[in-house]
Design a protein around this ligand. Structure first.
Ligand SMILES: Nc1ncnc2c1ncn2[C@@H]1O[C@H](COP(=O)(O)OP(=O)(O)OP(=O)(O)O)[C@@H](O)[C@H]1O
Length: 610
């Protein structure tokens, strides 16, 4: 657990424009890796092996179900032969009873196999989701900063959902494959020539697939894109209703919606036509297969090599396969889509791991030094141009400067939220200096606590929201931490005190209360160094004063870097660094800088006159 209040809001969040539309993904934007087919298959295999016994049960049930399915036509074939040979009623009834039992057997085991498969699928999906989420949460800050939160989020949510949604399909495909294999054995048990005749169906299926697949993918993609576009135009019209009315744009917007709908309908119809053409080709394949089978059967029966019953059984078996074979072919496209979602999900697991580092806890007072810190975001423009700083143990340094000067970037780098493009940030304790980048994220939070402008309230009891920075703390410790940042009074006044549920849709908290919670987490974790970059300005003036007091309490007795959005905060710090256009241009105590008559003095004069 960490006291860091997530990564700064300004990390790049641009990512896929259309979640289900892989083809529109901007290829130039850096992203997490995407797994190859082999890597995805290996991951699936690993997941199946983790549930080995359940997977074996599924295989066994599916085999039994398929055996039942194949036994029906074979027994009916024998029935034909028995009738032709003039069997007694008793023999006939016995065979009929066995056939009925086989059909029942097949139905029962098909249902059992489906249930077992669904259960296994749900387990595998849950495992995958957990593993991917755990891995995504541990993505190295520098990787996250490069690829953006959006890419990770879309993989953990939409791509996992697409894969999970495809699990029943995967189960059915597996069942169909087993049925086809067992049926092939059934054919072989009748006569190998009948089995060969059955195989005539495959080249025709292959030709149909070859013409269908290249068209289907782009058509479905276009259909989704057009549907999204129609939705966008529709939403835009509704959101901008006042403007639409004010400028009398109703007709224009209606026309836009109409054009978008027409395009969507026309692509949907083209997609439907392609599917229909494919179904016709499949029917043709079945007709070819059945004709080949019956012709071969006729020749074999007339030459006395097989019985009429065997040919009947083969024809029924083939007919019984239309369903599974059709299902396999029609799901090719969906399987491809599920496969690409899985490749992106597995890609998260392939993201380089943080190297294992020996844990190192702080010993004694900790100071912080920065040397030659330079930083460029994705845009390539350098925003920090070689910053050197030293914050002795137990002292505080305020960072002030105009908007866009680089304060947040500097604070994030000093707090180890992400690494600088160049330069070193070191923590120095009694054991000597440790580069911030050499501590893993969890270990780092024993040294440095960060409260950024991006604070978040997690849904659940308020206690948990404070507690996650130092799990295992007692209620008394939580209350003390809240009291230290001046939050005890309003927390006590909540309907259920610490048990009050906060977060989205629950008890609302003000912006400054949320910030106070963030500071309370930090106090509870009790790191020797703190980096505060809070949004005090957004709390309103009385809220800002409360927050200033809360921040002072959090800073007390620690080595602190405070991005001061209000100059009273700066004045309260031991020293002040003025940042301008990515450089520290003034450094000293409040009095020294005021006496210097430079940039800080001007800022202070303006502030004092407010
Ligand atoms: N994620 C990002 N990607 C690209 N550029 C960024 C990113 N975050 C910040 N910048 C740019 O870096 C420069 C420094 O920004 P930074 O937020 O560090 O300044 P600041 O002094 O904290 O500003 P403010 O007081 O407005 O928060 C700015 O030009 C900003 O546009």
């Amino acid at each position: 657990m960490t006291t860091a209040e997530t990564t700064p809001a300004k990390t790049t969040t641009t990512t896929t424009t259309e979640p289900t539309e892989r083809t529109t993904e901007p290829v130039t934007h850096p992203a997490l890796p995407v797994a190859t087919g082999r890597q995805s298959a290996a991951e699936l295999w690993r997941a199946v092996r983790a549930h080995r016994s359940e997977a074996l049960v599924v295989l066994l049930l599916t085999l039994l179900a398929s055996a039942g399915v194949v036994a029906g036509p074979l027994l009916l074939g024998s029935l034909v032969d028995v009738v032709r040979e003039g069997a007694t009623t008793g023999e006939l009834l016995a065979l009929l009873a066995v056939t009925a039992a086989a059909v029942l057997f097949g139905a029962v085991f098909t249902a059992l196999a489906l249930r077992a498969m669904e259960r296994l699928g749900a387990r595998i999906s849950a495992d995958l989701r957990e593993r991917v989420l755990a891995r995504a949460l541990a993505v190295e800050p520098k990787v996250l900063e490069r690829v953006g939160v959006g890419d990770v989020a879309s993989r953990v949510t939409e791509d996992v959902e697409h894969f999970v949604a495809a699990v029943p399909l995967v189960s059915s495909v597996f069942g169909a494959v087993v049925t086809v294999v067992v049926s092939a054995l059934g054919f072989a048990s009748l006569d190998y020539r009948l089995a060969l005749a059955f195989c005539a169906v495959f080249p025709v299926y292959a030709l149909a697939l070859r013409s269908y697949l290249p068209k289907a993918g782009p058509l479905y993609a276009a259909e989704r894109r057009d549907a999204a576009e129609r939705g966008r135009v529709l939403l835009e019209s509704l959101h901008g209703l006042p403007t639409v009315r004010a400028y009398d744009m109703q007709e224009l917007q209606a026309k836009r919606v109409e054009v978008a709908s027409e395009r969507n309908v026309s692509t949907a119809l083209r997609a439907l036509k392609t599917v229909l053409r494919f179904s016709v080709s499949m029917n043709a394949a079945e007709a070819v297969g059945l004709s080949a089978l019956l012709l071969t059967g006729y020749l074999l029966v007339t030459s006395g090599e097989v019985t009429v019953g065997a040919v009947t059984a083969a024809a029924l078996l083939f007919h019984r396969l239309f369903g599974p074979l059709g299902m396999l072919l029609m799901s090719f496209d969906d399987m491809q889509r599920a496969g690409s979602a899985l490749a992106r999900v597995v890609g998260v697991l392939l993201t380089p791991q943080e190297p294992e580092r020996a844990p190192r806890s702080p010993r004694g007072p900790v100071s912080l030094t920065a040397q030659g810190v330079r930083h460029s975001y994705d845009t390539g423009r350098e925003v920090l141009h070689g910053v050197d700083l030293e914050v002795p143990a137990g002292t505080s340094l305020a960072v002030v400067g105009a908007s866009g000067a680089g304060k947040t970037t500097l604070a994030a780098i000093l707090g180890g939220v992400f690494p600088a493009t160049q330069g070193q940030v070191r923590l120095v304790d009694d054991g000597g200096p440790v580069p911030v980048g050499e501590l893993d994220q969890d270990g780092l939070r024993d040294w440095v606590g960060v409260v950024s402008q991006e604070t978040h309230v997690f849904a659940g009891p308020l206690r948990d929201d404070v507690l996650f920075s130092a799990p295992g703390s007692t209620d008394e410790q939580v209350r003390d931490a809240l009291a230290a940042v001046g939050a005890d009074a309003w927390v006590r006044a909540l309907p259920q005190g610490l048990d009050t549920r906060v977060g989205a849709g629950e008890h609302p908290l003000t912006a400054s209360q949320v910030q106070q919670l963030a500071l309370a987490r930090l106090v509870l974790r009790d790191p020797p160094v703190v980096v505060l970059d809070e949004a005090t300005a957004e709390a309103g003036s009385s809220g800002a004063r409360d927050l200033e007091r809360a921040a002072e309490a959090a800073v007390r007795g620690r080595t602190a870097i405070v991005v001061a959005h209000r100059l009273t905060q700066a004045k309260a710090c031991d020293r002040i660094a003025v940042v301008d256009a990515g450089r520290v241009v003034e450094l000293g105590t409040h009095d020294e800088l005021v006496a210097l008559g430079g940039r800080y003095a001007t800022l202070w004069a303006a502030w004092s006159q407010r």
